[in-house]
Design a binder for this molecule. Structure first.
Ligand code: UD1
Length: 342
């Protein structure tokens, strides 16, 4: 019997790539999204890539408890991957209540319904932001979490705790995996799905591709006086398809009863630090384009350097990132050109 995975926020950047990988691994997927921060482009792209014209889509808000109950009543859900959340760091500082209300309520509703129906496998999309500015890099899953620097980051830390406590109290009925993503970038090699930021992008790679295509005039590199080899920040940029595959490994681990604890945590990164300047240079080189950029003051809230020690995910889940930065930046550029109709 095929297992069914519910992907909340399944029409977004990460959700759509995860949906593709789950379908390709043989799972039935239900996509649920309220389209608050995306349109139908990626949902349509997923259908094209997978040939699943009948891919179920539920347009709904996870803050609506009755709607979540109805969803779980309609489908035989074996696992839920919860992406449905707001994610703009700066906006969360300006509008904290919007973030706490949406990100916490939607997850609480999922867990409440999972508990009511007698259990479920729950995968939560967490972030390396929970490590704050780490004292030692790379970070392992045992590196202490630090107080978040934004309400957005706080919701990640809080949802981690909520899942862990719920699993603990569930008598083995609810299982949980927390995946802590580093910096997901790139796009599907088909160039049919990718990142679709609304307005001015906050993240580096969409800003790079939009500058290269001529939508933005100039990329600002925030800070070149950090204590790093070239003065710009170091991050662990992970290909979106590699990251999506980690979810398949995690869901299968839960379904097959291979977990060693009721709630497990894995870093999803490459283990490879790359500076902002290195990324910009690699983008120019691999795509043969010149990027207009300048150095600008540091951005508030940025950490100097963070990258993953992915050993646990490699050894325990059997998952490993395989794509090079160059391959990923090629895919990001192909997607931007696809959007521009080029
Ligand atoms: C941020 C969030 C992280 C979240 C991730 C989602 C924090 C502190 N960071 O990560 O939680 O999961 O986005 O994708 O909460 N940069 C520029 N110019 C730009 C944009 C970015 O120089 O126009 C630099 C930044 O200063 C940083 C690097 O590029 O050094 C990466 O930035 P970004 O893509 O925004 O990701 P993070 O801030 O690492």
């Amino acid at each position: 019997m095929k297992k069914t995975v519910l992907v909340s926020g399944g029409a977004g950047f990460i959700g759509s790539h995860v949906t593709v990988e789950l379908i390709e691994a043989g799972y039935d997927v239900v996509v649920a999204d309220n389209f608050s921060n995306c349109d139908r482009t990626c949902y349509e792209g997923v259908k094209k890539i997978t040939g699943r014209e009948d891919l179920p889509l539920e347009v709904m808000d996870f803050c609506d408890l009755a709607a979540v109950k109805a969803l779980f009543a309609k489908y035989p859900i074996d696992a839920v991957i919860h992406f449905a959340a707001y994610k703009a760091v700066g906006e969360s500082v300006a509008e904290p209540l919007k973030y706490y209300k949406n990100n916490l309520t939607s997850f609480l509703n999922v867990l409440e319904v999972a508990q009511e129906k007698g259990g479920c496998n729950v995968l939560f999309s967490s972030s390396a932001t929970v490590y704050g500015e780490p004292d030692v890099v790379p970070v392992t899953e045992n590196t202490p979490r630090k107080p978040a620097t934004s309400p957005y980051g706080n919701t990640k830390t809080m949802c981690e705790d909520i899942l862990r406590d719920t699993v603990k109290a569930s008598d083995g009925k609810i299982k949980g995996i927390l995946l802590r993503y580093f910096n997901p970038i790139g796009a599907h090699p088909s160039a049919l799905i990718g990142e679709l930021p609304r307005g001015v992008p906050n993240n580096l790679v969409p800003f790079i591709t939009q500058t290269a295509i001529g939508k933005r005039e100039c990329l600002s590199i925030f800070g070149n006086d950090y204590p790093t080899p070239d003065g710009t920040c170091l991050r662990d940029y992970i290909d979106i398809v590699d990251l999506a595959k980690a979810h398949v490994f995690a869901v299968t681990r839960m379904m097959e009863g291979k977990m060693k604890q009721g709630c497990e945590t894995f870093n999803v990164g490459t283990g490879r630090p790359v500076s902002v300047l290195e990324l910009v240079n690699a983008f120019e080189k691999v795509n043969g384009v010149k990027l207009n950029y300048k150095f600008a003051p540091r951005r508030a809230g940025d950490v100097t350097a963070i990258w993953a020690d992915p050993t646990l995910a490699n050894t325990e889940m059997g998952w490993k990132a395989t794509r090079t930065v160059e391959e990923t930046l090629k895919a990001a550029w192909a997607w931007e050109k696809h959007l521009a109709g080029k």
